[in-house]
Write a protein that binds this ligand. Structure first.
Ligand code: MG
Ligand code: ZN
Length: 441
């Protein structure tokens, strides 16, 4: 069967992954929508690996790579007009073949019938151990049958390997299609932040801002937020994973927005911190400028060969300098770094991989456990912050309850990096102008 159009990229992706598998077999499932309550479900989102390799959002689909002639097969729910009238369209085996270019497609029930044959004689079976609690028991049963059949010439794979080991390496280096989708996710995200700023005003509520953000995601064709949007005003911003988004917007406070769209299976991850009044002032401005310098230093350090630890060290140095200058840490900068005194205000790491998952797959260390040097086409975040607890009586009152994070999405290039989120302003004057523009003032 000929392949064309959108499926071409998935053909290449499957080819690359098959090479990594050697004599192993990879099983990847689409999953099914989780139950929300009783008989209602959360919206379906296909497993990241399944979508990455097939481009299909088909619940319950199972992709098999490697291990037999042609080296790929796809099992999907069969067409069923009556069921589809109630529960939605199904692609069916023929539709799946046409869309993906995979010649061997069949109804799901065939998977169980052929699983033993697929695994027989192979060296290893790769499964998504982290999420695949449905497939794994089937694999174990199949391995048991093969072992019992060894006197009859069957041979069970001797290893079960986490699929992340191959899929992490594959997905870490963004191909052209992944990068195009990521750029689109970022564009949608930046536009949505701008749009949401129209709802940032004293007297408003965090959820009003969230509503504008997420409406803008959907309106632009994104599937929605790539993770729970954080819209955190004032001291709520000092809670790192604050997701209630119910609090009031008060003049004089800052609003931290950490929200990104998911577009065509790729996640953007953008944090900006905005003055609710429209103007950065006083201690909030002083802290903001420290975080901004740290963000810029982290980005300046990002290039092939350096590690995420190196970037973190650059960021920590700038933050420590600022904390000492502002009197929030005592002692010298080196001492503040060595003792970890800065961690009271900066308790998270600076970077994570970004891609189909917001905290994307891919090993952070080399095989001997050393931090991994960056390579071109890796995409990571640079996201320093400072968070002063509301109840911290040991710091001047004016600093208490301020949380700031500035997060960019960064693509490693041949000799440096490209800030994918560069269109979202972050210098104080530029942020203030962006807010005025969003408010139409
Ligand atoms: Mg984020
Ligand atoms: Zn992030």
């Amino acid at each position: 069967m000929s392949t064309s159009g959108a499926s071409e990229i998935h053909v290449h992706r499957r080819d690359r992954v098959r090479k990594r598998l050697a004599d192993g077999v990879l099983l990847v499932s689409a999953g099914r929508p989780p139950v929300r309550s009783r008989d209602t479900h959360y919206p379906f989102r296909p497993g990241s690996d399944f979508y990455y390799l097939t481009g299909l959002a088909e619940p319950e689909g199972i992709l098999v790579l490697g291990g037999f002639p042609g080296g790929e097969a796809l099992f999907v729910r069969p067409r069923d007009p009556e069921v589809e009238t109630w529960d939605g369209r199904r692609i069916g085996p023929e539709g799946a073949r046409a869309r993906t270019g995979i010649e061997r497609t069949a109804a799901l029930e065939a998977f169980e019938e052929v699983l033993d044959d697929l695994l027989d004689g192979r060296d290893a079976v790769y499964v998504e151990l982290e999420r695949d609690d449905e497939l794994l028991p089937e694999v174990l049963e199949s391995l048991g049958r093969l072992r019992r059949g060894e006197r009859n010439g069957r041979r069970a794979p001797s290893r079960i390997v986490d699929a992340r080991t191959v899929m992490g390496e594959e997905r870490l280096r963004k191909d052209a299609a992944a990068l195009a989708a990521l750029r689109r996710a970022v564009d949608v995200t930046v536009a949505a932040h701008h749009r949401a700023l129209a709802a940032v005003r004293p007297g408003g509520r965090e959820y009003e801002v969230q509503a504008e953000l997420e409406a803008a995601f959907r309106r632009a064709g994104a599937s929605g937020p790539a993770y729970g949007s954080i819209v955190a005003a004032g001291p709520n911003a000092t809670i790192l994973h604050y997701v209630e988004n119910t609090g009031p917007l008060e003049a004089g406070a800052l609003l931290l927005i950490d929200a990104g769209a998911e577009y065509d299976g790729m996640a953007a991850d953008l944090t900006r911190t905005y003055p609710i009044s429209g103007t950065f002032e006083g201690p909030a401005r002083e802290l903001y400028e420290v975080v901004l310098r740290a963000n810029e230093a982290g980005i300046a350090a990002t290039r092939p060969g350096v590690t995420i630890d190196d970037i973190h060290a650059e960021v920590v140095r700038v933050l420590a300098e600022g904390l000492v200058d502002l009197g929030l840490c005592s002692g010298g900068v080196d001492e503040v770094i060595e003792t970890g005194a800065y961690r009271r205000y900066y308790m998270h790491r600076t970077s994570h991989w970004l891609g189909a998952d917001v905290h994307d797959v891919g090993a952070y260390v080399t095989e001997d456990g050393a931090p991994r040097p960056l390579e071109p086409e890796f995409v990571l975040t640079v996201e320093p912050g400072l968070y002063v607890a509301e109840g911290d009586a040991s710091v001047p009152e004016a600093f208490r309850g301020i949380g700031i994070r500035i997060e960019d999405d960064v693509r490693v290039t041949a000799d440096g990096c490209e800030v994918l989120t560069a269109a979202a302003p972050k210098r104080p004057d530029d942020v203030e102008a962006w807010i005025r523009d969003a408010r139409g003032a």
